[in-house]
Ligand binder design. Structure first.
Ligand code: ATP
Ligand code: PH2
Length: 175
């Protein structure tokens, strides 16, 4: 397995610092980094605004569960405390594995609750789709079609206008 699209989100503490922790955890496997967006909380929980971004990472040696393990390692480094009672609640860092591509370029599909691929809620989330199209303008989400169509007429289309690009916050910059 070679490539993974990873979604990063933070709405507690040093939000940009936590996203950078994720970038550092994926290290040399990172091929592309999206812009950072300030996004209103998605879901029913009242909580602070998020910073969101996505990464495209490549590692010929990594299988799907390796990407999940690295995502969990990044969350741990950012001090995330899991509250099983509060789904979709606030967190220092959330790293979701949105999609994985195998060597032959085919997307990996999985219905394992531990790692469902593609991520089952990605098509509903402008905070994933909008940064994703930054780095893969012709990207597709299996079962849901092209990112361009999802962003213009899919279930997340109405939310796109609520996202605020933050060009002043760059994941890769040390400043
Ligand atoms: N594609 C995936 N990426 C990340 N976690 C996944 C994926 N598919 C299933 N999971 C599982 O989902 C469980 C809950 O993850 P998490 O606490 O990050 O959920 P959440 O952030 O509240 O919700 P969401 O996954 O919708 O963002 C984890 O135990 C994880 O193993
Ligand atoms: N805007 C935004 N909202 C969310 C996010 C996120 O990353 N960004 N993550 C959540 C966890 O499931 C719940 N809601």
């Amino acid at each position: 397995m070679t490539r993974a699209l990873l979604s990063l989100g933070s709405n507690l503490g040093d939000r940009l610092g936590h996203l950078r922790t994720a970038l550092a955890t994926f290290g040399e496997s990172v091929l592309m980094v999206s812009g950072v967006y300030e996004t209103p909380p998605w879901g029913d929980v009242e909580q602070p605004a998020y910073l969101n971004a996505v990464l495209l990472a490549v590692d010929p040696a990594a299988g799907p569960y390796d990407w999940l393990a690295r995502a969990r390692a990044a969350e741990h480094t950012a001090g995330r405390v899991r509250d099983p009672q509060r789904r979709f609640g606030p967190r220092t860092l959330d790293v979701d594995v949105i999609a994985v591509w195998a060597d032959d370029d085919r997307q990996v599909l999985s219905d394992d609750p531990e790692l469902t691929l593609p991520h089952p809620r990605a098509h509903l989330r402008a905070f994933v789709l909008r940064p994703w199209i930054d780095i893969q303008p012709y990207g597709q989400l299996p079962g849901h079609g092209r990112l361009t169509d999802l962003l213009t007429c899919g279930p997340a289309a109405a939310e796109v206008a609520e996202l605020r690009p933050r060009p002043d916050l760059r994941l890769e910059s040390g400043a």
